[in-house]
Design a protein around this ligand. Structure first.
Ligand code: ATP
Length: 203
């Protein structure tokens, strides 16, 4: 039998990446004994098709800066390299090809993402391809019982991460930059420096 190799994956728009993402990834890494957490910036997330995102090249650079000091974190371009919209189920299939040695995948999510899980493309297949590891976002709670009624497999494929909630969102960070408020200590210093250097979110 193959040796067990457990990976986590965190997809997102990362505009910009922040300590909410990093705490989610690190908590999952330790709690679920993951060898690696792969960050996957989406060029065009299906639920943000009409949102003006920063160029994918800038968001990749921001993620690289955010994860540089953690040897267990990696970046994948599986979504950045293909035309959108980028559905999670396709991303998971592609990651399986990119990392054939991995024996189990864990899809990391904030609770807000779980909230509309039923409207995602092929939620049942997603649950076959990966276990869900979810971090509470009390500001954006998910109706878990209703979800489980529609998706019975969810009960054994969902793990809650043990982590104090962090009220940080990229939307709030973009607003802060636009209004000249500090984002230091909400994002890694390297991300704050890059935001300034590239003059992102200045409005
Ligand atoms: P935006 O405010 O632009 O919608 P975001 O901060 O929610 O962005 P995304 O890149 O869209 O960030 O999120 C990627 C993943 O990280 C999603 O699953 C989201 O739920 C999760 N996430 C983002 N912020 C947090 C947070 N503070 N705590 C837990 N999970 C989070």
């Amino acid at each position: 039998m193959r040796d067990e190799l457990r990976f986590g994956v965190l997809g997102g728009s990362f505009d910009p990446p922040h300590y909410g993402h990093l705490a989610l990834a690190e908590t999952a890494r330790v709690q679920l004994n993951l060898a690696r957490v792969v960050f996957v910036p989406a060029g065009e997330p299906p639920h943000k098709r009409h949102v003006d995102l920063s160029p994918i090249g800038d968001r990749i650079a921001l993620v690289q800066a955010a994860i540089a000091d953690n040897g267990a974190f990696a970046l994948s371009r599986v979504d950045a390299n293909r035309p959108g919209p980028h559905y999670t189920v396709d991303m998971l299939r592609l990651l399986r090809q990119e990392y054939p040695q991995v024996t189990s995948w864990h899809l990391l999510l904030g609770e807000d993402s779980l909230r509309d899980f039923l409207s995602w493309r092929a939620p049942e297949e997603i649950l076959e391809l990966a276990e869900l590891a979810v971090m509470h976002r009390p500001d954006r709670p998910a109706p878990v019982e209703i979800l489980q009624k529609h998706l019975p497999t969810l009960e054994r494929r969902l793990i809650w991460l043990d982590m104090p909630p962090l009220h940080i969102s990229a939307t709030e960070l973009r607003r802060r930059v636009r209004e000249g408020l500090p984002v230091r200590y909400l994002v890694p210093l390297a991300v704050a420096v890059l935001i300034r250097k590239k003059q992102l979110y200045a409005g």
